[in-house]
Design a protein around this ligand. Structure first.
Ligand code: PEP
Ligand code: MG
Length: 883
């Protein structure tokens, strides 16, 4: 096995494509070398050597030592030097480099090879004793910290004391002799701490550093980082060893970092910082203020410190040329590190730079215009989930965050406002022009008006598909749900957390993008749907196969979704249309009625409301498909709970509170999510489905007349498990359709279909498809029923499951492809076997999740449907899935 790959002087054994073997840094160093760029010669020990190291009790492959020595000779030959030889001093840097950049691992040891003897050689060589001793003390500090595991602060303290004693402010004021004093002090301290002197043998130093890089793969921080970013342990890290070049050799030397484009705005301009007479860690440490690279950036920032362009024009010119070349070569924005040693430029790193969502859009569009990449690639470059950042106000990344609790990131965007604990208070405060955050233990349909009035919603209970989460996403309001560490006491009107008590009127901020709850107001950035956004969306639309619809039932949501590019409604949850105002009263009358006659009376009140709702939706959707689902109310969301509510409903219904209480008790269900929901309601009370069907057909006739666009409603029956259920409900839909057509003389085309949201429905899909013209996968319920986990309170333990690695993802957020997905795949196949042209869609929350959308493309669904604010994400994800 080849464990070591060399590079230098225009040639390299590896290349950019060898990332898995050489790590990101090593592969790009090799590539830069092959391009003929000035890279200090060196070699990379492969990630396979790291894996061997762990597979063999932390030992090295037998041939590695000889390979490393040969590679050191290679560097020596190219530089005319020899490692460990004071006559021809060769010093090296040692850096880690995994496939993906990984903060948390050992980073860098510079100046390796220095000892009491070679430091004098360096002084003679460079003609600068101060530089030599400064380099040596830096080496001791870095090596002790990352290899010998001694605290950085021990050394900082010694240095600070020494400076105080000498009356200096800056490190640069110390002379060679004074640095020697510091070094002696350092070495004595190390010996005291470790019982051994600081290693003087350069080879011992080198193997120490190599071992530290490999070992850092398994340190605590690296393991945590890998878990958070789904990086497999089996990747391992490479080690990069390179001849040292010095940015601290006086006023003609420097070190810096740069991006080829601005990483926060995307603007095409070289963007970076450097320090004269410094080594890499000085730039990061922030002790000295770095200077701008270009004159333009210096002027823009109002700095009076000269730019690199000014102080080292020649090195600057070659850096500009190289950065342009690298960007063209990699066809992406590059993040660069460089050092200038006595006027000569050396490249130390290049990689694709991290960027904000806004910058990513701008760069992708610009690069397509420049001909650097194609449109398809531009679309592929954007992370769909990052679009959330652009559609909602977000917390200014520069703002300070005082986090008091963390819940689930239920609906994106950030909001600040005064705390209110009831929907009533929310509306009242809003009427006074105040901005509020509605804080509830959980929300119910009665809170809809309060949620509307609030800037954001915070609950202490409930998961990603809890009422609050679903409704907030639909409204596009920020929501943090299930923040379990908060204690809400409605009666006392308090919110308690971490020993602090908040009251009505106190200001909090929620960040629905990451689930944080923050104390006080925080600076925000407003969304900006720039031309770049529109361009990428247009290109995405040209690429995708699946249609994107929206889950919407209010005119406002439907319009919003249209403006985001929705191509129809995939799910109109009719029960949500009864949440507001007087409607909930009529709805309750209907639910609570104990005779068919009473129920019909209540339904008669609801019919005109429904009809005008549907009419408005049909008009907004102007001929696009609209899927209306028959009523599917989890009853507990609609039954009156408090005495006040019971009294109110009793008086409207003209019955005694006592009678009503009894009726409510009869209807009480232990598990309403599995209860008298969905088509079960329509089977028990056919008049409900009849009323809804009538409202739909009458609205369709009228919309057709008004707009001249024929409407083809899609009527969807929820929670079907048996074909006979669907047959039963479909019969009454067809009967109503016939009578409306007879009454009006207008023919309305329509489709009847069902949701597939119970395992039995998926298993029997071939039979159900005999009656259903379309399937829409209700993956919220399908996840709930497949796992046997209630969507209402899964949050209480799913987080623990994630932490312990039992599940990788909340299955209510990203589809469980192996389990629930298998049911979807099977039902799609079975449905098509019976009815080849069956229309297939998904309307569970997964319809807006990029990974789940990829799966939907694979299974060949016709469309995905998601909440309005997710429509752009789905458009992009569907395009990426299609290529
Ligand atoms: C579902 O179950 O996935 C669905 C879309 O319906 P609801 O969330 O309204 O139960
Ligand atoms: Mg459902």
């Amino acid at each position: 096995t080849k464990w070591v790959y060399t590079f230098g002087d225009g040639a390299a054994e590896g290349r950019a494509g060898d990332r898995n073997l050489l790590g990101g840094k090593g592969a790009n160093l090799a590539e830069m070398c092959s391009l003929g760029l000035p890279v200090p010669p060196g070699f990379t020990i492969t990630t396979e050597a790291c894996n061997w190291f762990y597979a063999n009790g932390r030992t090295y492959p037998p041939s590695l030592e000889a390979d490393v020595l040969a590679a050191l000779d290679h560097i020596g030959a190219l530089t005319g030097r020899r490692f460990g030889d004071p006559e021809k001093l060769l010093l090296v840097s040692v850096r880690s480099g995994a496939r993906a950049s990984m903060p948390g691992m050992m980073d860098t040891v510079l100046n390796l090879g220095l000892n009491d003897e070679t430091v004098e050689a360096l002084a003679t060589d460079s003609g600068d004793a101060r530089f030599a001793y400064d380099s040596y003390r830096r080496f001791i500090q870095m090596y002790s910290n990352v290899v010998l595991d001694l605290d950085h602060e021990v050394f900082e303290e010694i240095l600070e004391e020494e400076k105080a004693r000498l009356g200096y402010e800056l490190d640069t004021e110390l002379s060679a002799i004074e640095w020697q004093g510091v070094i002696a002090h350092y070495k004595a301290t190390i010996e005291e701490e470790l019982g051994e002197p600081f290693p003087q043998d350069p080879r011992e130093q080198l193997w120490g550093a190599i071992g530290a890089v490999f070992s850092s793969w398994m340190n605590h921080r690296a393991i945590t980082y890998r878990r958070l970013h789904d990086i497999p342990e089996s990747w391992g890290t490479a080690v990069n060893v390179q001849a040292m070049v010095f940015g601290n050799m006086g006023e003609t030397s420097a070190t810096g970092v740069a991006f080829t484009r601005n990483p926060s705005t995307g603007e095409k301009m070289l963007y970076g910082e450097f320090l004269v007479n410094a080594q890499g860690e000085d730039v990061v440490a922030g002790i000295r203020t770095p200077q701008s690279i270009t004159e333009k950036a210096r002027i823009d920032s109002g700095s009076d410190k000269p730019s690199l362009q000014k102080v080292m024009p020649e090195a600057f010119a070659s850096f500009v040329e190289i950065s342009e070349r690298l960007e063209k070569h990699y066809r992406d924005m590059q993040d660069l590190e460089f050092t200038i040693e006595r006027g000569k430029l050396w490249m130390l790193q290049t990689r694709s730079g991290k960027r904000t969502a806004k910058a990513a859009l701008r760069m992708a569009v610009d690069m397509a215009a420049e001909g650097l990449i194609g449109k398809e690639e531009a679309v592929a470059r954007i992370d769909p989930a990052s679009l959330d950042q652009l559609l909602h106000p977000t917390i200014d990344p520069k703002a300070e965050r005082n986090v008091i609790a963390i819940g689930l990131p239920a609906s994106p965007g950030a909001a600040t406002g005064e705390i209110v604990f009831s929907s009533h208070d929310a509306e009242e405060a809003k009427a006074l022009g105040k901005k509020v955050i509605l804080v509830r233990i959980e929300t119910s349909p009665e809170d809809i008006h309060g949620m509307h009035a609030a800037e954001g919603i915070l609950t202490t209970r409930g998961g990603m598909t809890s009422h609050a989460a679903v409704v907030a996403r639909g409204m596009g309001k920020p929501c943090v749900s299930g923040a379990g560490s908060l204690r809400v006491d409605y009666r006392a009107g308090t919110l308690m957390v971490m020993g602090e008590t908040f009251r009505k009127g106190d200001i909090v901020t929620i960040d629905g993008g990451n689930g944080q709850v923050l104390k006080g107001p925080v600076a925000m950035l407003q969304p900006e749907l720039s031309g770049d956004f529109a361009a990428i969306m247009e290109w995405a639309d040209a690429t995708r196969r699946m249609k994107v619809r929206t889950n919407a039932e209010t005119p406002a949501d439907a319009r919003m979704a249209r403006s985001f590019g929705a191509e129809g409604i995939g799910l109109c949850r009719t029960e949500h249309m009864f949440f507001e105002g007087d409607r909930i009263i009529a709805m309750r009358e209907m639910i609570l009625a104990d005779t068919e006659k009473d129920r019909r009376a209540a339904l008669a009140k609801l019919l005109p409301m429904q009809r005008s709702d549907f009419l408005e939706l049909f008009e907004i959707m102007a001929g696009l498909p609209v899927t209306i689902r028959l009523l599917d109310p989890p009853l507990h969301e609609f039954l009156p709970k408090t005495e006040e509510e019971i009294a109110e409903v009793a008086s409207v219904m003209n019955v005694s509170a006592e009678k009503l209480r009894q009726r409510t008790e009869t209807l009480h269900e232990f598990n309403p999510m599995l209860g008298h929901r969905g088509c079960r309601l329509a089977v028990s009370y056919p008049e409900i489905a009849e009323m809804q069907a009538r409202a739909i057909f009458e609205a369709a006739v009228e919309a057709g007349r008004k707009t001249g666009n024929p409407v083809v409603p899609e009527i969807m029956v929820p929670l079907v498990g048996l074909k006979t259920e669907l047959d039963f409900v479909k019969a009454s839909i067809d009967a109503v359709a016939k009578s409306v057509m007879d009454e009006t003389g207008v023919t309305v085309e329509y489709l009847t279909g069902t949701m597939i949201e119970l395992p039995r429905a998926a298993i029997r899909a071939h039979v159900i498809a005999e009656a259903a013209e379309f399937f829409s996968f209700g993956t919220n319920d399908l996840t709930q029923t497949t796992f046997g986990i209630s969507r209402d309170d899964a949050a209480s333990f799913l987080d623990i499951y994630r932490q312990k690695g039992i599940v990788e993802q909340d299955p209510f957020v990203s589809l469980d492809i192996d389990g629930v997905g298998e049911l979807v795949r099977m039902a799609a196949e079975k449905g098509r076997a019976t009815r080849p042209d069956i229309k297939l869609g998904i309307c569970g929350e997964h319809g807006g999740d990029p990974a789940s959308i990829h799966f939907c493309e694979e299974v060949g669904l016709d469309y995905v449907s998601c909440s309005p604010y997710r429509v752009p994400i789905a458009r992009l994800a569907a395009a990426q899935a299609a290529v």
